[in-house]
Design a protein around this ligand. Structure first.
Ligand code: SF4
Ligand code: SF4
Ligand code: FES
Length: 227
């Protein structure tokens, strides 16, 4: 039998199944918490840190990722405080600097209030979100790709750098990767630290600008007109 707990997000009370994550609850009830590495029905890694919230315990708050935080009876969550908005904007800015050509990441950053990027562009073509690795392992039990290396050398690769025989050629790893979405205004170059801003106009003029939607699938629960 499903057990329920009572908890608060931004002052609103919810009765939700025990074991849900705070992000699941937010998505279910249309509360806007930006997220990138979360994939529905796949385990959460807490990699991108975009989904941070304040968890208030006995008057003291702790910043934590909502995708990895399980709901508890009496839990109090604040998802949109000034502190969270400032930290989240910085995280989004770092993600853009890591992969400036990802339209999906630019869109998320714009929605987090990023207008310019203060960090040097790295053009990594991967933000280590782990969406590809987890879908491969959990959906297909294939483990055809995985993380290798540490720190700035960390990468996603197939075992020993050769195409794995366990790969089912399903293409899910590519479909879920925020890097595979075509950049809207061509590649961004060092020295051109701007964001395209199309997502921003899409938010403001949802009806007239829907054709600009790239269906990135990352706007769920995040003020996106297409979700
Ligand atoms: S295409 Fe291959 S590597 Fe990619 S998710 Fe499917 S099984 Fe894994
Ligand atoms: S390859 Fe894409 S999906 Fe995989 S970790 Fe990097 S950014 Fe994420
Ligand atoms: S969605 Fe929670 S850390 Fe990425």
């Amino acid at each position: 039998m499903i057990q329920y707990v009572s908890m608060k997000i931004d002052g609103a009370i919810f009765k939700v199944p025990k074991g849900s994550s705070v992000l699941d609850v937010a998505i279910e009830y249309g509360i806007c918490i930006p997220h990138l590495c979360h994939v529905p029905n796949i385990s959460d890694l807490g990699a991108c840190r975009l989904c941070i919230v304040e968890h208030v315990v006995e008057g003291r708050s702790k910043v934590t990722t909502s995708c990895t935080l399980r709901v508890q009876e009496g839990m109090v969550i604040k998802s949109n405080t000034q502190k969270i908005k400032r930290l989240r904007k910085n995280i989004a800015e770092l993600l853009v600097s890591q992969a400036p050509n990802s339209k999906a990441i630019q869109d998320i950053a714009v929605r987090c209030g990023v207008k310019t990027v203060r960090y040097p562009f790295r053009n990594d073509n991967c933000v280590l979100c782990g969406r590809c690795v987890r879908i491969c392992r959990e959906q297909w039990q294939a483990k055809a790709i995985g993380f290798v290396g540490r720190g700035k050398d960390r990468r996603v690769k197939s075992p020993f750098g050769v195409k794995s025989e366990t790969c089912k050629m399903c293409g899910n790893c590519i479909d879920l990767c925020p890097m595979t979405i075509t950049p809207c205004d061509g590649p961004m170059k060092p020295g051109e630290e701007y964001l395209c801003g199309k997502c921003e106009s899409q938010l403001m003029e949802a009806e007239s600008a829907v054709d600009q939607c790239i269906m990135c699938g990352l706007g769920e629960g995040f003020q996106c007109a297409r979700h």
